[in-house]
Design a protein around this ligand. Structure first.
Ligand SMILES: NC(=O)c1ccc[n+]([C@@H]2O[C@H](COP(=O)([O-])OP(=O)(O)OC[C@H]3O[C@@H](n4cnc5c(N)ncnc54)[C@H](OP(=O)(O)O)[C@@H]3O)[C@@H](O)[C@H]2O)c1
Length: 331
């Protein structure tokens, strides 16, 4: 977040840093200056126009209304308010106007998996009218925070240089019982699970992708089937998307839409071995789209492979773009 604030146009006056009492007094660099961290308190929000919240759900739930009552507009990166009907869920390239109607003084930032595909889908929806989505994710470990990244690094050092992966259970024995925030080893593996258990075997992450996609696109009944999978990638989520539309689609038409949509890059030349992968996409801002094909058995459907940096567009960048939209209201 601080890096992104430092890299984008400097429209801010003062930037105040607030965290728990554990961090109070630490100095962090923002816009080339060292800024001292303040402990969270009601007074910390006095005089603040926009408060970017990047804290656990329960802290956001308690403190976002406090910041709003003190006059700040809150942009919240947690899951606490995303499905609140009085809180807009905003992706500036897709539904920028929603930001202006915020009865609680809070605007929510979508989850990283939805954000990693929704800019491209929003552009295709505007042209063709989305009717159904079938999605599988290949999610990076940083989506589970610092602990996720540490877990993968540790496990990789334990399996490096071995011929593990040929017998049942040998990867698990090598990495031990502690699998960090994941239910299974993530090194040399893929884990079909992200989040917590919801009804009928769905994961919380899968429900977020369905519910948040519907809200952002303004399609409350959109059929969405989604399977979320964790893969041994540090940062950048990938997704395969089967999108069915109201009208017939053409590959050339879809490629044109993707190539010209703001915030989206078309990278699609399999003959030359060109398609997006996390190794190339990490650290960049746009949503990258490749493998654009018309569905084999349905002229109204497209198949896509999409990659997006889950920490930039998937979290901090989108939150910053929302803050910039709010700041622009004053100009
Ligand atoms: N949109 C997305 O794509 C996406 C992706 C992943 C996560 N998230 C969400 O982003 C949020 C932050 O995740 P994270 O992993 O960065 O969380 P985190 O490391 O647990 O905490 C982030 C910040 O919250 C502060 N904090 C924690 N407890 C606090 C307290 N009692 N009082 C005041 N400040 C407190 C921490 O302060 P200290 O530094 O002092 O500890 C830290 O600055 C979560 O809500 C998570 O669900 C969003």
């Amino acid at each position: 977040m601080l890096r992104i604030l430092s890299q984008r146009a400097d429209i801010w006056g003062e930037i105040r840093l607030v965290a728990s009492p554990r961090s109070a007094g630490r100095k962090l660099a923002v816009r080339g200056e060292e800024v001292e961290v303040l402990a969270l308190s009601e007074e910390a929000f006095d005089g603040v126009d926009i408060a970017l919240f990047d804290v656990p759900d329960e802290i956001a739930e308690r403190w976002a209304p406090v910041a709003a009552a003190r006059g700040a507009v809150v942009v919240d990166n947690s899951g606490a308010f995303r499905m609140d009907p009085d809180v807009p869920l905003v992706v500036p390239e897709v539904n920028p106007h929603a930001v202006h109607s915020r009865p609680r003084g809070i605007v929510a930032n979508p989850n990283c998996t939805t954000l990693s595909m929704i800019v491209a889908l929003g552009a295709l929806h505007a042209a063709y009218g989305l009717r159904e989505l079938v999605v599988s994710s290949y999610q990076a470990v940083s989506g589970a925070g610092r602990a996720g990244v540490e877990t993968l690094r540790q496990q990789m050092s334990l399996v490096a240089g071995t011929d593990l992966g040929t017998n049942p259970g040998d990867v698990r024995r090598a990495v031990g019982e502690n699998t960090g925030p994941f239910p299974e080893p993530v090194a040399l593996n893929v884990v079909p699970w992200a989040g917590s258990l919801r009804e009928d075997g769905w994961s919380s992450e899968e429900m977020k992708v369905r519910d948040e996609s519907r809200k952002i696109l303004g399609l409350p009944k959109l059929p969405v089937a989604v399977t979320c999978v964790r893969v041994p990638v540090v940062t950048t989520h990938s997704l395969t998307v089967h999108a069915r539309f109201q009208d017939e689609v053409t590959v050339d038409g879809a490629r044109e839409i993707i190539a010209t949509a703001p915030g989206v890059v078309l990278f699609d030349n399999p003959e030359a071995g060109e398609f997006p992968t996390p190794a190339d996409v990490v650290g960049t801002d746009p949503t990258w789209v490749g493998r654009v094909r018309r569905a084999l058995d349905d002229p109204t459907a497209l198949e896509l492979f999409v990659c997006g940096d889950n920490l930039r567009k998937g979290a901090a960048l989108n939150a910053t773009q929302i803050a910039e939209l709010i700041a622009a209201e004053r100009r």
